[in-house]
Design a binder for this molecule. Structure first.
Ligand code: ADP
Ligand code: MG
Length: 668
């Protein structure tokens, strides 16, 4: 049913919702909250310290002032808690509150803490009578990702309307549900939006994570049925060109790289098509292995495509393969294909791919769009693996080709799980870092250390090196995040020597802007790059030696480890400064794990131990196979169970045809 048929959704609202890819009621009920708001018991003003949102039981001790600034109406007052501490309170554009809030009245004020200079202010609080707040206490309210023009309140209402009119049919029968200890699908979906308590939410969440994994594994099995033993039509056994490139490299391949290259070469000379997963920690040198194989392909007159998750990364790979080509006097045509190219530019590139002139194609998922017709695509490399990568082959097979496939991943998934999630892929591991690497020096510090950190960055820059500074995440909204990065860059400029070039980078910037900034950073025209985690994936600037992460406690350890992987990529000693925004012991303890180890595998497993079973709202553990709910790290058990359930489901002759289920799979 179209969302326009729902109460309260007209033409305008429906267009706004379309922006969030919500078109039908089915989409709405599958638009899960990104978090929940929990009304906690009121706290004392002296304890509000680091909390973003607080409830304060306070008495109004000053009659409400009303001021007009530009087109804003600002109400202000002061409240006092039971301890006698006071705090200033602000409301914007809510003049009617003036008649509600009177001197000496007592309310629960629930709002956001904001620091204005030295003063802490409670901003825009909701107000409740004690009795009303009692009702709200510990109830979980959904928080949705929104788009401009739609409030959380509206979204909540729309979802709740959609739930009323949408029939949800479970594809698992009662037997299966019992056997695998799953709740009913309809209950799960209702509960994920409106949980009564944490226990319920966990059950619902598990069911939905199971579904995602089930669907994924199901598709994988179906794929495998179709493609078992695809004969190898592209036999490659001449490695003259890759050999030449290897001998001209400025470094020697590590033994692990050689071993993996051997695996690949053996596969490509085999009877069946290659399907290989290469796991290797950040900085282990996966890219060159892929490039070498692509060169051998080109030498045999065949095409190969490298797909990466971001345009920035695509650009970087493009530049580095071009320099390898020119250093070695090769003349294979390489094209860069990304979504942000103009239609004309794309058309030209499509042409060169179709007529076989372009031999090496590098890009984002644009390389697999329908319009791209390959002349003789023999190898597909998927870097920094995402979920679609594994199923990409389905799309390719529709085009009547089954190329060799290499999937590259930096995520240390245990082998048992990798086997389920990567279906029929063979696995190679690069378990060794290049020998020129000096061990990265880490420190976990609190905010007071900032001046020292800045001085340190200055010194590094003066000696020719470069630094990244990662800004704290602003959860609510991308726009705020962008502003945050810009503000921080300003602050940094004020604190660093004038001669130091500081620039910023964030996700809201246009692709070509990002590319340009990174290119300038690569050329060391920018000394210090203030950024969000957009640089987390794959970026390689060996001259950068400092990674400073603000509010490190808000990132998953896996993310921090990826960020750290951006330094220590060259001959220089590199440093990581993790700035913790809190002195909370548990949070510091978690960060200490990073301090003690540079080993991604170890870090992931330790992080998991420290996370409670209920920690599932927390930051994602890995960028691997981005499922909406499921997490490759935390849901190991569910992955195994889903694998078994799929086998049973298929064996008993069932098929998944439900539209919602198939939606789980995104094939670009
Ligand atoms: P990742 O595995 O994280 O994708 P990259 O492939 O980006 O790592 O490699 C990181 C850096 O290490 C690059 O600058 C690359 O040129 C360099 N590199 C790769 N292999 C070696 C090696 N054997 N010795 C020294 N440096 C290497
Ligand atoms: Mg990489």
């Amino acid at each position: 049913m179209d969302i326009k048929e729902l109460k309260g959704i007209g033409e305008k609202t429906s267009l706004l919702l379309n922006r969030l890819k919500i078109e039908e009621c089915d989409d709405l009920i599958r638009y899960y909250p990104r978090n929940y708001d929990i009304y906690e018991p009121p706290v004392l003003i002296k304890d509000i310290d680091n909390k973003a949102v607080v409830s304060i039981d306070g008495t109004v001790i000053k009659s409400v002032d009303m001021n007009h600034i530009k087109n804003l109406t600002i109400l202000t007052t002061v409240i006092r808690d039971k301890n006698g501490d006071t705090i200033k309170v602000n409301w914007f554009n809510m003049p009617y509150l003036k008649s509600t809030i009177k001197y000496s009245m007592q309310f629960i004020f629930r709002g956001r803490m904001k620091r204005v200079g030295n003063l802490t202010v409670l901003e825009q609080p909701e107000i409740f009578t004690l009795a009303k707040y009692e009702e709200k206490l510990n109830v979980m309210q959904p928080i949705y990702s929104l788009t401009k023009g739609i409030s959380n309140h509206q979204m909540t209402k729309f979802v709740s309307e959609a739930l009323k009119v949408t029939a949800i049919k479970d594809y698992l029968d009662e037997n299966m549900r019992k056997k695998y200890d799953l709740c009913d699908l309809e209950d799960a979906i209702k509960t994920i939006h409106f949980p009564k308590n944490f226990e319920e939410l966990k059950t619902a969440r598990n069911r939905l994570a199971f579904d995602e994994l089930f669907t994924f594994i199901y598709q994988l099995r179906k794929l495998k049925e179709k493609e078992t033993e695809v004969p190898n039509r592209y036999i490659i056994n001449n490695h003259e060109i890759s050999g030449k490139v290897i001998s001209n490299l400025q470094f020697e391949l590590t033994n692990a790289q050689k071993r993996v290259l051997n695996d690949i070469n053996r596969d490509m000379n085999g009877k069946v098509i290659m399907q290989r997963l290469i796991q290797g920690d950040v900085g282990s040198g996966k890219t060159i292995v892929a490039f070498l194989t692509m060169f051998d392909m080109a030498a045999a007159g065949l095409q190969s495509a490298l797909m990466v998750p971001t345009e920035v990364l695509a650009n970087q790979h493009y530049e580095s393969i071009l320099s390898l080509i020119s250093e070695n006097g090769l003349d294979y045509e390489v094209v860069l294909l990304t979504g942000s190219l103009s239609a004309t530019a794309k058309r030209k590139i499509y042409e060169r791919i179709e007529n076989g002139i372009a031999k090496i194609i590098i890009g984002t998922h644009a390389v697999f769009q329908d319009k791209v017709i390959y002349d003789n695509l023999a190898l597909v490399v998927i870097d920094e693996q995402h979920r679609f990568g594994v199923l990409q082959r389905a799309k390719l097979m529709e085009k009547g080709v089954t190329p060799h496939t290499i999937v590259m991943s930096a995520t240390p998934i245990p082998r048992t799980l990798a086997i389920i999630l990567y279906g029929d892929m063979d696995i190679s591991v690069i378990d060794e870092l290049p020998s020129n690497r000096l061990k990265i020096k880490n420190c976990v510090v609190t905010k007071n250390f900032r001046p020292n950190a800045y001085t340190f960055i200055e010194k590094q820059v003066k000696s020719g090196r470069q630094a990244y500074v990662i800004c704290p995440m602003v959860e609510e909204n991308d726009m705020l995040q962008a502003e945050n990065v810009i503000d921080y860059a300003e602050l940094l400029k004020e604190n660093l020597d004038k001669s130091i070039a500081v620039e910023y980078l964030h996700g809201k910037m246009k692709a070509d802007q990002k590319t340009e900034i990174l290119a300038r950073f690569e050329r060391n025209e920018i000394n210090v790059l203030v950024s969000t985690t957009v640089i987390e994936v794959g970026i390689n600037v060996p001259n950068a030696t400092v990674m400073m992460v603000e509010n490190a406690e808000r990132f998953s350890l896996a993310s921090l480890h990826q960020l750290r992987g951006r330094v220590g990529r060259g001959d220089y000693q590199s440093y990581c400064i993790f700035v913790s925004g809190t002195e909370n012991k548990d949070k510091l303890k978690r960060l200490e794990i990073l301090n003690n180890s540079n080993d991604g595998f170890y870090i992931a497993s330790e992080d998991l131990k420290l996370r409670g079973p209920g920690d599932f709202f927390g930051v994602r553990q890995s960028g691997e196979m981005q499922f909406e709910i499921a997490d490759v790290f935390t849901d190991g058990e569910i992955i195994k169970v889903a694998g078994k359930a799929v086998d049973e489901f298929i064996l008993s002759g069932h098929e998944l045809i439900d539209k919602n289920m198939n939606d789980g799979i995104v094939i670009y």
